[in-house]
Design a protein around this ligand. Structure first.
Ligand code: Q46
Ligand code: ZN
Ligand code: ZN
Length: 344
C-alpha cells in the first residue's frame, strides 16, 4: 500500500476515508484533522487555557502532544486513582505522563522547561502574566489517596454506590477533581482524549436504552454548567482508536497499553466488540453512526428531552461545585461518613 500524498510505503490504511498515508504524512494529517475539528465544533481558541486530562494512555497523551504541536496553551492533569491491580495500573500510568513531559522539548523561545506540580487545594501558581509562560506545559498531579485520605477502590468499597465495581465512584471523583483543578487553576477548557470508538460505544449503549438524558449531553463540546466553570471538549471524537494508537506509535509516545483492570467485562467493551464487527463488514459504520447522531441532535431531535431534563443547578455548600440537589453535592456526600470533614 502506497501513501496517497508521496507514494512511499504507507503505515496506515484508513478504509473509511479511502486514505493510506506514510509515517511523515500521517504525522501531519492527524494534527490537521484535529485542528479542523477544533474549529468546526468551536472548541477553543489559542487565547484560552486548556487543561488536558491525561491518563497515561495513547489517546490523552497523543491529544496533549498535538495541542502543544498546534501551539495551544495546554497543561496536563493526571489523577492518581490508587488502582494497584493489573500491572500496577496507577503507578505505571503516572510514570507515562511524567515521562511524556520530560521528553517533551519546548522550543527555545519559550525560555524554560516544563514543570510538574502536585496540585493542592488552592491555585498552585497564581495567575501567570507573561503570555508565553502559558505555553510552557505543566503537569498537575492529584493523588486521590494522598489528598483525600482514601484511594478510589477504598472509597468505593465503603459505599453502596461502589460495592460491586468502583467505576461509578471513580467517575464521580474524576469529574469533581477535573472541575476543581480547572476552576482553581483558571482554565477555560477541559479536554479529554475520548476517541470515536469510545463515543460510539457510549452512544450505542444509550440508544439501546433510549436514555434521552444522556443522549442530550453527548457532544464534542459541552458548555460549562455554570459561569466560571470550564467547558468540556473532545477534540479526538472523530478519530478511530486505531488512528490514535498509530499516531502514538509513529510519533514515539510511550503509553500504558493496559486498560484499568476494572474496565474488564464492562458493557462498553462488549459494545465496542460488536461495533468492530460491523465496521469490519462495512468500513465507516461507526463514523456514520456518530456523525448522523450529531446531525440529528443539531436539528433538534432531542430538543424536548433537553428541556425535560434541564434542571436548575444549585451550588454545593462545601465545595462550591454545581449540584442538582440543594446542600452537599454527591462528591462531598461520598466523604461524609469518613469521619473527617469532607475535603473540598
Ligand atoms: S479508571 Fe475508574 Fe475507568 Fe478504572 S475504576 Fe472504572 S472508571 S475502569 S475509565
Ligand atoms: Zn507520504
Ligand atoms: Zn461538594
Amino acid at each position: 500500500m502506497k501513501c496517497r500524498k508521496c507514494g512511499n510505503e504507507a503505515v496506515i490504511n484508513m478504509r473509511q476515508h479511502k486514505l493510506a498515508l506514510c509515517d511523515e504524512h500521517f504525522l501531519e494529517w492527524v494534527p490537521e484533522q484535529t485542528q479542523r475539528f477544533i474549529e468546526k465544533y468551536k472548541m477553543f481558541t489559542r487565547d484560552e487555557r486548556i487543561l488536558v486530562a491525561v491518563s497515561g494512555g495513547k489517546d490523552s497523551l497523543s491529544l496533549w502532544d498535538i495541542l502543544l504541536r498546534l501551539d495551544y496553551k495546554a497543561d496536563g492533569l493526571y489523577i492518581g486513582l490508587g488502582v494497584e491491580g493489573g500491572a500496577d495500573y496507577s503507578n505505571q500510568s503516572h510514570e507515562m505522563c511524567v515521562k511524556f513531559l520530560e521528553n517533551f522539548n519546548p522550543p527555545k523561545e519559550w525560555g524554560a522547561s516544563s514543570q510538574i506540580s502536585n496540585f493542592n487545594v488552592t491555585a498552585d501558581e497564581g495567575p501567570q502574566t507573561a503570555n508565553t509562560q502559558y505555553l510552557i506545559p505543566k503537569l498537575h498531579v492529584v493523588d486521590i489517596g494522598k489528598l483525600y485520605g482514601e484511594t478510589v477502590p477504598e472509597v468505593a468499597s465503603r459505599t453502596m454506590r461502589g460495592r460491586d465495581k468502583p467505576c461509578s465512584v471513580c467517575g464521580l471523583i474524576k469529574r469533581h477533581v477535573m472541575n476543581r483543578v480547572a476552576r482553581d487553576g483558571g482554565y477555560d477548557v477541559l479536554a479529554t482524549g475520548h476517541n470515536l470508538d469510545d463515543e460510539v460505544a457510549v452512544l450505542f449503549g444509550n440508544t439501546l436504552t433510549w436514555n434521552a438524558g444522556y443522549l442530550v449531553r453527548q457532544a464534542p463540546v459541552l458548555p460549562a454548567d455554570k459561569p466560571g466553570l470550564a467547558r468540556k471538549v473532545k477534540p479526538f471524537c472523530r478519530f478511530y482508536e486505531r488512528e490514535t494508537a498509530a499516531y502514538a506509535l509513529v510519533r514515539g509516545i510511550e503509553y500504558i497499553y493496559d486498560e484499568c483492570p476494572y474496565a474488564e467485562g464492562s458493557t462498553s467493551i462488549e459494545h465496542k466488540e460488536l461495533l468492530n464487527q460491523m465496521e469490519k463488514d462495512r468500513p465507516g459504520t461507526k463514523l456514520q453512526f456518530y456523525l448522523n447522531f450529531l446531525r440529528a441532535r443539531e436539528q433538534g431531535l432531542f430538543a424536548d428531552a433537553e428541556r425535560a431534563t434541564r434542571v436548575e443547578l444549585n451550588t454545593c455548600e462545601k465545595c462550591g461545585q454545581p449540584t442538582s440537589a440543594p446542600g452537599l453535592c454527591a462528591f462531598c456526600r461520598l466523604w461524609e461518613r469518613h469521619g473527617d470533614a469532607a475535603p473540598t
